[in-house]
Ligand binder design. Sequence first.
Ligand SMILES: [Fe+2]
Length: 326
Amino acid sequence: MTGNSDRSDAGSSARNLVVTPAAGYFGAHVSGVRLGSPLAPTTLDALRTALDQHRVLFFRRQFLSHTEQTAFAGQLGPLAPAHPWQEPVAQHPFVHRLVTGRQQSVSGEEEHRARWRSPDYLSGWHADITAAVDPPSYGILRAEKVPSRGGDTTWADTVTAYEQLSEPLRRFLDGLTAEHRYLVGYVPFGVTDHALRTATAAGLVTHHPVVRVLPGEERRALFVNPAFTSHINELSPPESRRILDLVFTHMTRPEFTVRHRWEAGDVAVWDNRATVHIAPEDHEHLGEVRAMYRVFVAGSPATGPGGRTSTAVCGARYQVVPQAAS
Ligand SMILES: [Fe+2]
């Protein structure tokens, strides 16, 4: 938090904040705040409380610049690099550009292969950068250009999913760890062979607890995802495959999800420790560009119920850039 209340946006006091649940278990729309201005301490506290409670927050019509998005994220905590190996937006080292649609130059053959690499609906669900020992704690995504239809993002609530497993299964999962690496279950549409080689060369591999204890509270979240989790370390390969399939199918059940229909200017903030998300590839055929920008708040290694923490098998910590929010 920048902390200087006389620079805060007077129109964004905590009293004006309206938080409206967006789905049955989690996710909320927030109005009455302008994220592009420094937030008063009480407003920031209210947003943190809402984020803890709802795990994903949606803000309409914010129209942030790169600088404003970075400054807002910096009020939630120190920032993480924009991406482990991809270049950030020029002059904005914490902003990652995500553009899909026909402006990419992907050959027909690559497009065909990319589709084959994404063989099912489950494979695209992920939390961000869990191949790293210290994945981001929060993601902040803003929509600049959206297709006329399609391109929604869906999040799933891995806290509720954990809590709705049977008690014996929860206890079983509590004691396990799993390996996370790039390119296990999913390669986004349009990713080229060169990008695949780069991702593999980045060599981030981590063992995380399968169940993560969330900081500051008793609640626990499933901390595996189809895109990054290759196997459970303590099980045989066929046991691991079946248990992971069971967990993935369970945690992405429709009742544990919230779906956001993007409009230009929207901002979404999610807890990357307590949710997974997916962007359906349903707009590529429209010939319309979807341009999004993401900033990460730095995270830390996960802690499991028995106190076991994430360990890096290969690669350095992700949040390698010590910095203050700009
Ligand atoms: Fe993501």
